[in-house]
Design a protein around this ligand. Structure first.
Ligand SMILES: Nc1ncnc2c1ncn2[C@@H]1O[C@H](COP(=O)(O)OP(=O)(O)O)[C@@H](O)[C@H]1O
Ligand SMILES: [Mg+2]
Length: 464
């Protein structure tokens, strides 16, 4: 049985490091103000630093803000919990975390400045202090409220940077194994960092390109981490839940990235339960379901499909590399985000003769398209889910050629001109063909209207 403390389901655990001495689960990782993280005793702080205050604390250690008195810059100091100092394997794991992080020189991985032992004998390392919040805090503050669509595109931009950091680590033979929103720090000016390489695994070397040497760590390359679950229960892959470390590979982190995307989309962790064991059971079963959608803000289907693939139970069914996953997210973003609108029954969505700046896709419900001839409606067609309309006025720059009215309550996605132009490549040579088609249609439409008027005004032919 696993017991990693009261806040274990969202916190990293490694069970079985030492059968007799279970490693405690880490407490909540949100900011010090929320966690009540304790300050370091000032007399412990090494001479070269001025202590500024706690950032976060957990069962394994704590993170603090300090000022380097030589360089005058502020740094983040991660300190191993004093009660773990007597456990050589924990000390080695902490040193290993610092060494791995230090060798991963990447714009989205915090540079390590120094490693040492403080005046009370506690192990610490210092790194770049990242100003900002965790992605987890950001997701919680936004929820799925109005404004979610805007935040979503910003979060996805940050997410793609995390994918780059993970892909880079993989290229150096390092698996993170604990990818989750509370280990992603986001600043206000595009800074994004994947932190906490405490559960990282070095290897497998087979995937390394020749020119990229594997990074080195002191002692065992792969520290014996025991056989229990490893990772964070509410975000972990089935192989992590099973503690099957031999089966960990790049696709284990693909799973973690899928779980982060799930959290971004739903504001919920993929596996939730009242206790850690319940979470681990769910991670083992690996059934990924999305909460019932809010009809006014449906979950983007393309991204949900990506989550499902990244979080497949069998690693063979997942993206085989982080870059494949990243590519799919980018492709999905090209047509995204689309704002959705609910149109009440009987409302006219576009009106013949009026200018129009956007096109529409029907997600749910049906509409009729008609023209008005001699004050009478001439039905053109029925439009149902999946139909598009309103594109002619956008593409050819004229007015609407018909009126479209909701037959019942209709959910539409609105495609603004800019998005249509971007995605159809209208500024390319091939875009000219699309515009030409729209122009031809408009000409034909106008010609038919003229012919209709002429027929109506001509005297009836003499049939006798
Ligand atoms: N370099 C940093 N700059 C600012 N805050 C940090 C930094 N590294 C970690 N933190 C904060 O401390 C928390 C815990 O750090 P982390 O490395 O995840 O430790 P743990 O091993 O306890 O999970 C993070 O969630 C983040 O809020
Ligand atoms: Mg952490």
């Amino acid at each position: 049985m696993v017991d990693s403390g009261p806040s274990g389901r969202g916190s990293a655990i490694t069970i079985g490091l030492d059968a007799a001495t279970k490693v405690p689960g880490r407490a909540s990782e949100s900011h010090a103000a929320e966690t009540g993280a304790a300050a370091l005793p000032v007399e412990s702080v090494p001479d070269r630093y001025q202590y500024l205050g706690p950032i976060s604390a957990g069962g394994m250690g704590s993170v603090h803000a300090v000022r380097d008195l030589g360089l005058l810059r502020i740094a983040a100091m991660k300190v191993l919990a004093p009660d773990l100092a007597a456990r050589p394997r924990e000390v080695q794991r902490f040193i290993r975390e610092a060494q791995i992080t230090a060798q991963l020189d990447h714009p989205h991985i915090a540079p390590v400045y120094e490693i040492g032992t403080d005046r009370s004998g506690n192990r610490y390392f210092t790194m770049k202090r990242i100003e900002g919040n965790t992605l987890g805090d950001w997701i919680t503050s936004v929820g799925r409220q109005p404004g979610f669509a805007d935040a979503l595109s910003e979060m996805l931009a940050a997410y793609l940077k995390v994918c780059e950091a993970v892909a880079f680590a993989h290229s150096r033979g390092v698996l993170h194994c604990d990818i989750k929103p509370s280990n992603i720090l986001v600043g206000s000016f595009g800074q994004v960092y994947l932190v906490d390489w405490g559960l990282a695994i070095v290897g497998p070397e087979r995937s390394l390109p020749r020119e990229m040497p594997n990074l080195v760590v002191a002692g065992d390359t792969n520290l014996d981490m025991g056989g229990g679950p490893c990772g964070t229960p509410s975000f972990m892959s089935p192989e992590q839940a099973a503690g099957a470390r031999r089966r960990f590979d790049e696709r284990t982190d693909v799973f973690g990235l899928g779980a982060v995307l799930y959290n971004i989309l739903t504001a919920l962790p993929p596996f939730d339960s009242d206790d850690v064991n319940g979470c681990i059971d769910k991670a083992t079963a690996c059934v990924v379901t999305f909460p019932p959608g809010d009809p006014t803000a449906p979950l983007p289907l393309g991204l949900c499909r990506i989550v499902k693939k990244a979080m497949a139970r069998d690693p063979d069914d997942r993206y085989q590399s982080v870059l494949d996953l990243k590519r799919d997210v980018e492709m999905s973003l090209r047509g995204f985000p689309l704002h959705a609108e609910i149109i009440p029954k009987g409302a006219r969505i576009v009106v013949e003769g009026e200018p129009g700046d956007c096109a529409y896709i029907i997600v749910r419900g049906s509409c009729i398209a008609y023209k008005t001839v001699d004050s009478k409606r001439v039905l053109l067609r029925h439009l149902t889910a999946g139909s598009v309309f309103g594109e002619t006025a956008v593409l050819s720059g004229g007015t609407r050629t018909a009126t479209v009215e909701a037959e019942d309550e209709v959910l539409v996605k609105v495609v603004p001109r800019q998005l249509l132009e971007d995605n159809l490549g209208l500024n390319t040579a091939f875009g000219l063909f699309v515009v030409a088609l729209a122009d031809r249609f408009r000409e034909l439409d106008a010609r038919l209207a003229e012919l209709g008027q002429a027929a109506a005004s001509d005297p009836a032919p003499d049939r006798t």
